[in-house]
Design a protein around this ligand. Structure first.
Ligand SMILES: N[C@@H](CCC(=O)N[C@@H](CS)C(=O)NCC(=O)O)C(=O)O
Length: 256
C-alpha cells in the first residue's frame, strides 16, 4: 500500500523531534485530507483521535497490521500513530498532538501548555499504560482489537502477544524509573485547574488528552478503576462536563 506524499518538499520529523519546517496549515478550512495510521486501542492513537473528534476534523483511519506493518511500507518511520495531513507526514503522537492543537484551538500553544502536553505524554500516559496493561482483561481485549481484521493466522499468536504486552509495565518502569502512579498525575492535573477545566471555562489541549485516557479505560472494561480514579482525583465535575461535551462528537470506536 503506498501513501502519496503530495508535498514533495516536505520532510517528516523523527520520533520525539519537532517538525523540521513549520506546518503550512493553521486553520481547519485549509485541511483537504487527513489520514491516521493507527490501531484502535493504542493509547497514543486514542489521544490523537480524541483531538480530531473534539475539533470536528474528519479523517480516514488506516488500521495497521502490527505484525507485517505492510500499510507502512512507504514510510521509514515504522511506529504508529502517523498522521498524513494534506499529503504531509507527521510522526509521533506528541508532535502530532501539538501540531493539531494549533489548528483545533486556532492559536499557538504557550510554552507552559506545550510542556504540560509533554508531561502528560511522558508521565500520565505511561502511568496509565503501566496500570492498564497490568490487567489480564485489558490485555485480552487490547490484543483482540489491535489485531482485528488481520488474517486468522494472527490469532494463533494472540497468547504470545498477550504475554509480551503483559511485560509492558515492567518495561515502562525500567525505562522510566522516576515514573509516579496514575493517581499522582491525576491529582497534579487537578491541582492545575483554572476553572471547570484545566485551562479555564473551555476545555483545552490537556483536558482532551486526559479525557481520552478515561475513555480508553472505559472502553477497555476498566470502568470501575477509572471511576475510582476520577473520584480519588476530585475530577467528577470535570469528567461530567467534558464527557457530556465529547458525547456530541464523532465516536472514537468502530469495533467493540
Ligand atoms: N513516541 C511514539 C511511540 C509510538 C509507539 O511506540 N507506538 C507503538 C504502538 S502503541 C508502536 O508502533 N510499536 C511498534 C514498534 O515499536 O515497532 C508516540 O508517542 O507516537
Amino acid at each position: 500500500m503506498a501513501e502519496t506524499i503530495t508535498n514533495l518538499d516536505w520532510q517528516p520529523n523523527n520520533e520525539g523531534q519537532d517538525l523540521p519546517q513549520p506546518l503550512p496549515i493553521t486553520r481547519k478550512d485549509q485541511i483537504n485530507h487527513v489520514k491516521l495510521y493507527e490501531i484502535q486501542a493504542s493509547p497514543p492513537c486514542v489521544m490523537v483521535r480524541a483531538l480530531l473528534a473534539y475539533g470536528d476534523i474528519k479523517y480516514e483511519s488506516v488500521m495497521v497490521n502490527m505484525m507485517s506493518k505492510k500499510e507502512l511500507k512507504w514510510s521509514t518511520y515504522r511506529k504508529i500513530p502517523i498522521l498524513v495531513i494534506n499529503g504531509m507526514q507527521i510522526n509521533d503522537s506528541y508532535i502530532i498532538y501539538k501540531e493539531l492543537c494549533s489548528i483545533v484551538f486556532g492559536r499557538t500553544l504557550s510554552e507552559t501548555e506545550a510542556q504540560q502536553i509533554h508531561d502528560i505524554t511522558y508521565g500520565m500516559l505511561l502511568a496509565f499504560q503501566s496500570e492498564f496493561f497490568g490487567s489480564p482483561v485489558v490485555r485480552k481485549k487490547f490484543v483482540r482489537l489491535s489485531f482485528a481484521g488481520n488474517c486468522c493466522f494472527a490469532c494463533l499468536f494472540h497468547p504470545c502477544i498477550r504475554m509480551y504486552v503483559g511485560r509492558a509495565p515492567n518495561r515502562i518502569h525500567a525505562a522510566h524509573p522516576e515514573l509516579q502512579s496514575f493517581d499522582f498525575y491525576g491529582k497534579r492535573f487537578r491541582s492545575e485547574f483554572r476553572g471547570t477545566y484545566h485551562c479555564g471555562v473551555e476545555p483545552g489541549p490537556v483536558d482532551i488528552m486526559v479525557w481520552a485516557l478515561t475513555e480508553l479505560g472505559k472502553h477497555m472494561d476498566l470502568g470501575p478503576g477509572i471511576d475510582r480514579w476520577i473520584a480519588a482525583c476530585d475530577l467528577t465535575e470535570w469528567y461530567q462536563a467534558i464527557n457530556g461535551l465529547m458525547q456530541s462528537k464523532q465516536s472514537l470506536w468502530w469495533e467493540q
